[in-house]
Design a protein around this ligand. Structure first.
Ligand code: PLP
Length: 384
């Protein structure tokens, strides 16, 4: 735990919150900034909306983009990666027989969105299997082997959800550009977890949630779109801002709650307060600790514990074979861990095995992972 960090969160003290990765957690200074903005809006919506809201939204976008190492003029604020995905898919003129390549680590909602394209436009979904623990070259080869003449888009998770695996998206972007195939990077977990993730990458589309690891209120994400796509971007709804084009027509979609975006830069102040490097190193090391003690408790060797790649503050632990391998039993087991051990974790099947995922954030301590490690073997025996 980073000294002084736990006090900044209103998280239920009865639980060990070892699943920051799913929804993040909003620190008190950010909540207070948002409450002040809500007071301002509810006090006089007319004044706020017809005043300098556009400039304030742009200022928030620019601050978040700088933090990510992005080019602000290429960025739009969106609600989340699910919506960002929908906007990107809506902006590509798919034809019957086109192919979209994803990996088998793809986030379920994104996979379903691509499958929906299949149903509506006759697009074929091609799934590239990427082995757990693959090196960069192996991952690139596994993806490129599935790219062909009909490929209209490739989608790769920078850090996957169920498997917490980091993929070399900058190198994949380069390999795909050489083939003239667009890449969409699902970087839902990247903002705040990795330092300036957009500094060294030229992907057609990149989107990341600020509400997971960058302490923003829920509903804050950045979509970076390469200049070559700006004229083709097609928002999900046509709004007053349609004639203004990118990014206004994506950001201004009728009446909505802008306070989350305006409060989001306050979350970045935590990186100044504690040090970005300190936070990221703390989280990476603590997640590794959690994986180690839980793995040991389950009798796993270090070789059986997947390494996520550098800088990742989530780790997975394989559960005994045959346990929770379908979504329903995975949800039931996760709930039992929450109820009996008072630990919030993520738990997902991947191929023929279920994996428990622990996250680490500045408010977590080693004792919380120890508690899970102490209780989990007996719980798994009882639940068998
Ligand atoms: C890899 C990945 N992609 C996309 C999403 C979707 O994010 P959101 O629910 O904010 O749209 C998540 C959420 O956990 C994720 O982990």
């Amino acid at each position: 735990m980073i000294p002084g960090a736990r006090e900044l969160f209103v998280l239920d003290p009865a639980m060990a919150h070892l699943n920051h990765g799913s929804f993040g957690s909003v620190p008190t200074p950010v909540r207070e900034a948002r409450f002040r903005l809500l007071d301002e809006y509810d006090g006089n919506p007319m004044r706020m909306v017809t005043g300098d809201l556009s400039e304030r939204t742009a200022a928030a976008r620019i601050a978040l983009a700088h933090f990510l190492g992005a080019k602000p003029e290429l960025c739009a604020l969106v609600g989340n990666v699910t919506l960002g995905t929908a906007i990107v898919l809506n902006s590509i003129d798919f034809q019957q027989g086109d192919e979209v390549v994803i990996t088998d680590h793809s986030y379920n909602a994104v996979t379903l969105a691509v499958q929906d394209l299949g149903t509506r436009h006759g697009v074929k979904v091609v799934v590239a299997p990427v082995e757990l623990g693959s090196g960069d070259a192996q991952t690139i080869d596994a993806i490129m082997a599935h790219v062909g003449d009909r490929t209209r888009l490739v989608i790769v998770d920078e850090i996957s959800s169920a498997t917490a695996q980091r993929h070399p998206v900058a190198a994949i972007a380069d390999a795909l550009r050489a083939r003239d195939v667009p890449l969409m990077v699902d970087a839902a977990h990247t903002p705040g977890m990795l330092h300036r993730p957009l500094a060294g990458i030229d992907a057609d589309f990149w989107m990341g949630n600020l509400h997971k690891w960058a302490f923003a209120p829920a509903g804050t994400a950045i979509l970076q779109v390469s200049q070559r796509w700006h004229d083709r971007m097609t928002p999900l709804a046509v709004s007053h801002a349609q004639p203004s084009g990118f990014p206004s027509h994506i950001e201004h979609q009728g009446t909505r709650d802008f306070t989350v975006w305006l409060a989001a830069p306050t979350g970045l102040s935590l990186f100044d307060r504690f040090g970005e490097q300190t936070i990221q190193r703390h989280n990476e090391e603590l997640a590794a600790y959690g994986q180690r003690v839980i793995g040991q408790a389950l009798g796993l060797t270090p070789q059986e514990l997947p390494h996520p790649g550098p800088g990742v503050s989530m780790r997975i632990i394989p559960l005994p074979e045959g346990r929770a391998v379908d979504q329903t039993s995975a949800i039931a087991l996760r709930q039992r861990i929450a109820d009996d051990l008072r630990c919030e974790v993520a738990l997902n099947p991947f191929r023929d095995r279920a994996y428990l995922r622990v996250s680490a954030q500045i408010y977590n301590s080693e004792a919380e992972y120890d508690r899970l490690a102490d209780g989990l073997p007996a719980l798994l025996r009882e639940a068998a």
